[in-house]
Ligand binder design. Structure first.
Ligand SMILES: C[S@@+](CC[C@H](N)C(=O)[O-])C[C@H]1O[C@@H](n2cnc3c(N)ncnc32)[C@H](O)[C@@H]1O
Length: 330
């Protein structure tokens, strides 16, 4: 899929090269196919519809599949709608955050689904549209909202949070060793009116990190940008609600696949999955107590990376970790 899209947002004309390769597509198909193929009227929730890269292939493969596509970004939904025009009768596209799965089920008039897919993070279009402020390598307003109707921007955070609040999010969400120094320099720059764009922020981060530490680990701004993006979009809080909601929405035999691109998200998925696959029989008892067996089973014992060929052809897949689970009882 590669084309130039013109998107109108707040009166502003923006163009983005939509050059999107869905990550781990074959693996997602392999893992979700048994759940979809065994159902007479299958439903798939794509909780992170994006540019509909994955969704379109599922709709092409299964002629009776109904897709419920969720995205919090109206521009992504607009592109997805166009991509899926041929399947309009089998799609329900919703502007929601993915923890609102119950609302999505209600909108489609159903109680449970056969398959759910999460491909977390930002889309290639969000990264490519420099105006969105996600990229530290392009100069842009300090925005970083996935949903541009939401009130909290990166600029609001950088202008109003205290030193302690800034240091905490940069350390916790960016796993950044020099968080306190970066927060100190953010406060200095903002008091001088010198923190207005992503380039300003990238420079502040760079000057806060000692030269020897800058030589490893890629662009020094990466961790601080990640932290701000997580805070702006409340990514981890929403994910913590979303995974249990997704597990509850699966019918017996239904399957859930989650692809994460950073360790904080993957840890949340891993912990919740590990919790629900545990038997409720007290440890030490030789037999399973009635009704104590776990309702879910892992389809992959730990996490999986993209294969080597994909990592070479699609660099975005390099940090991906995939987990998959199946509902085995009600
Ligand atoms: C990596 S992209 C998905 C790409 C998609 N699988 C494809 O092949 O085109 C992630 C998408 O999830 C959306 N997203 C991120 N967090 C979300 C949330 N909490 N609720 C709903 N959508 C979210 C983003 O707006 C983005 O469009």
């Amino acid at each position: 899929m590669k084309e130039i899209k013109e998107i109108r947002k707040g009166g502003e004309q923006m163009s983005a090269e939509v050059a999107h390769i869905p990550v781990a597509l074959t693996r997602c198909l392999d893992l979700l196919t048994p759940a979809i193929a065994n159902s007479s009227k299958p439903y798939l929730i794509d909780a992170t519809l994006g540019l509909a890269g994955h969704a379109k292939v599922f709709l092409e493969k299964f002629s009776n599949l109904h897709l419920i596509g969720i995205d919090r970004d109206p521009s992504a939904l607009a592109v997805a709608k166009e991509q899926l025009l041929a399947f309009a009768e089998r799609t329900t596209l919703l502007h929601l955050t993915y923890d609102q799965i119950n609302q999505a089920l209600a909108a489609a008039g159903i109680n449970e689904v056969d398959a759910i897919l999460f491909d977390l993070g930002v889309s290639s279009m969000q990264l490519d549209l420099s105006q969105r402020g996600f990229s530290y390598s392009k100069d842009a307003p300090l925005d970083m909202r996935m949903d541009q109707s939401a009130p909290l921007t990166a600029k609001v955070i950088l202008d109003t949070y205290s030193h302690g609040q800034l240091a905490k999010i940069i350390q916790n969400y960016g796993e950044e060793k020099f968080a306190s120094k970066i927060a100190e320099n953010i406060i200095k720059a903002r008091s001088l009116g010198e923190l207005n764009t992503t380039k300003d922020l990238a420079e502040i981060v760079k000057s806060s990190i000692p030269a020897p530490a800058r030589r490893t680990g890629g662009n020094p701004a990466k961790r601080t940008f990640q932290a701000l993006r997580i805070e702006v979009n409340q990514e981890l809080t929403i994910l913590e609600q979303a995974i249990p909601a997704a597990l509850a929405a699966l019918k017996v035999g239904g399957r859930l696949v989650v692809m994460s691109y950073q360790s904080l998200e993957d840890r949340i998925v891993k912990n919740i999955f590990n919790q629900v696959v545990k038997s409720k029989t007290p440890r030490g008892l030789p037999v399973e107590l009635p009704d104590s067996a776990a309702n879910y089973r892992l389809l992959i014992s730990s996490s999986e990376a993209a294969n080597e060929a994909e990592q070479i052809s699609n660099p975005r897949s390099q940090s991906m970790r995939l987990r998959a689970i199946e509902r085995v009882a009600a």
